[in-house]
Design a protein around this ligand. Structure first.
Ligand code: NCD
Length: 309
């Protein structure tokens, strides 16, 4: 398998490829547990070039690079602390940074920026989130988590909840879930203003995935095997006023847990604001912290595949 840039989960719509990524991630996980590390990134330097805030994505990538024996240079607020603040264009930044390193993990506020960066880069570009576009490595770790926790994706009723309009993790996950077409049912739970954009719904239709748009979570809560909860993306709203109208649209709390099947799981890409109350954390169905940990293994696997497959 050859993996170079990672821009969209559309690149992963192949069950054999996914199998390879996931079995590789499992090997990484076992290797870490048993203290047997592969130094497969030795001699490589990667850059994490982030124009938007991040905790999990940047740290798990950096930890993955270190754990594989590579090195990393980083900027967390590229828009303030790099030459972008002086007016430099992304294309020049990418041209120059790619001449220093062996790969770039890019997070940027514009949809399409990662794809654009590939035109100016001499090294692999990994999309760490492009505005309201996609977040492919997150969706890969999400699917890895679903398989690990539920065993199967087929036959599941899945609720994607919150900001389906601006949430890039949702967009990337939609593509991946379309692989299980006739086997799953998706509930798209959001306020009417934050519905999933048309292009993703068209993709679902094309792949014959059954889906239903729902406003009230209560309506479907008893029927679902998995809740994928997301934050209302405050920074993407045209105004604070618009955000205020919709913030707090959904809250998963003790009451929700009582109505949810005992076999189900609750996921969230994090960070959470108020959409899952802290009392939910100790419930065994809360899988979001295990999900975040899986990010490390998936990113180790992806890096190893890019540089060594
Ligand atoms: C997500 C993101 O940045 O898109 N966070 C993450 O990478 N885990 C989700 C979010 O910010 O709400």
């Amino acid at each position: 398998m050859s993996l170079y840039n990672i821009i969209s989960t559309k690149q992963f719509l192949d069950k054999d490829l996914l199998k390879e990524v996931f079995s590789h991630a499992r090997e990484m996980e076992e290797g870490e547990r048993e203290g047997k590390r592969k130094n497969s990134l030795e001699g490589k330097i990667l850059a994490t070039l982030f124009y938007e805030p991040s905790t999990r994505t940047r740290f798990s990538f950096e930890a993955a690079i270190h754990r594989l024996g590579g090195e990393v240079i980083t900027t967390e607020s590229a828009s303030h602390f790099s030459s972008v603040a002086k007016g430099e264009m992304l294309r020049d930044t990418i041209k120059v940074v790619s001449s220093y390193v062996d790969g770039i993990v890019l997070r940027h506020h514009e949809e399409g920026s990662a794809q654009r960066a590939t035109q100016f880069s001499s090294v692999p570009i990994i999309n760490g989130g492009d505005g309201t576009g996609e977040h492919p490595t997150q969706a890969l770790l999400d699917l890895y988590t679903i398989k690990k926790e539920l065993g199967e994706v087929k036959g599941m009723n899945i609720a994607l909840i919150g900001d389906l309009l601006y949430g890039r993790t949702i967009h990337s996950l939609i593509y991946l879930l379309s692989l299980y077409n006739k086997g799953i049912k998706l509930y798209l739970v959001s306020p009417p203003q934050l519905r999933l954009p048309r292009k993703y719904k068209q993709h679902l239709k094309k792949h014959e995935v059954e889906f239903e748009e729902v406003v009230k979570l209560e309506k479907i809560i008893r029927d679902v095997d998995m809740l994928y909860v997301t934050r209302i993306q405050k920074e993407r709203f045209p105004s604070q006023k618009e955000y205020n109208k919709l913030k707090g649209s959904y809250t998963i709390d003790k009451q929700t847990l009582d109505r949810l099947s005992s076999e189900s799981i609750i996921m969230h890409p994090l960070p959470r604001i108020s959409e899952i109350s802290f009392e939910v954390d100790k419930d065994p169905r809360a899988s979001y912290f295990r999900q975040a940990e899986n990010g490390l293994y998936i990113r180790m696997a992806l890096l190893d595949l890019i540089y060594n497959a």
